[in-house]
Write a protein that binds this ligand. Structure first.
Ligand SMILES: [Zn+2]
Length: 278
């Protein structure tokens, strides 16, 4: 059995958030690295809450594993579901906070905390939402501008389309076997396209809502009582987004997306009109 040194620190994050951040380190970390990690985690929480509203859990534990050799500042992250959801993040040692804050991983993982745990067949919704929202959070917090936002979405959609040529089953069944099929790009970016289409449809219907404002509402009203990890968790989550937006946009898209064998096409003109912060 591997023995970890676990050092726990409790940080009260800035005034923008009421969530207490608790940091566990799975191995020794220098004082200097620890300061950079703490600055980065605080920034990540504040950035996510600025975009998606208050996270309705009293404490968030982030377990940090410092890594010596990695090709990226944050080579791996995941969410651990429980009574209180928590984060696991691998961090390359000696990385200053100004580099860490530019990495997308933390925004993606915190975005997952705003939706319920979904069944494997609906992973495309979970991963698509986190992938879309990570870019919305980074845009709103000036980590890049609207041109970079659209460029990142465009290149992601291109990767998804390419990956779909290798995996042409229905999206729900490919999602269930995403890891063994190596179909992550299709699953993540089909889901991101779903939320981009929803964003465009909300705007076209003159709705006052955006995807991020609906997710913020869901967090406040509904996430803590929503069925977690069940077969119908995804369908009920989609139904709730319809109810909150007073539309049928999400369930109509859901009905067509879950069965689809192809990759959704969004035109350059559509991507150019995406306004996630309006
Ligand atoms: Zn994810």
């Amino acid at each position: 059995m591997r023995l970890w040194i676990t050092l726990t620190f409790v940080l009260l994050t800035g005034t923008a958030t009421a969530t207490e951040l608790v940091i566990n380190y799975k191995s020794w970390i220098s004082d200097n690295d620890r300061q950079h990690v703490e600055t980065w985690l605080n920034h990540g929480m504040n950035a996510a809450e600025r975009t998606l509203g208050e996270l309705k859990q009293p404490a968030l534990t982030a377990t940090i594993e410092p890594i010596l050799f990695a090709s990226e500042p944050v080579p791996w992250g995941s969410v651990q579901r429980g009574r209180l959801d928590s984060l696991n993040l691998h961090v390359k040692r000696f990385t200053p906070s100004r580099i860490l804050v530019k990495d997308w991983t933390i925004y993606h993982e915190i975005a997952h905390l705003y939706h319920p745990l979904l069944a494997h067949s609906d992973f495309w919704i979970a991963e698509g939402l986190a992938t879309y929202l990570q870019n919305v959070i980074m845009l709103e917090n000036s980590l890049f501008d609207i041109n970079e936002f659209r460029a990142r979405l465009t290149s992601g959609l291109n990767r998804g389309a390419k990956n779909t040529q290798l995996h042409n089953g229905g999206l729900s069944s490919v999602s269930e076997n995403m890891w063994s099929l190596k179909a992550q790009q299709r699953v993540y970016w089909s889901g991101a396209a779903f939320f981009m289409e929803a964003e465009l449809a909300l705007k076209a219907s003159l709705s006052p809502h955006t995807v991020r404002s609906l997710i913020a509402k869901f967090q406040q009203c509904c996430k803590s009582s929503h069925p977690s990890g069940l077969e119908n968790s995804g369908r009920l989550f989609i139904a709730k987004l319809d109810k909150l937006s007073k539309t049928t946009i999400f369930s109509n898209l859901y009905a067509s997306y879950k069965q689809r064998n192809d990759f959704p096409i969004l035109s350059r003109a559509e991507i150019a009109t995406l306004q996630p912060l309006r």
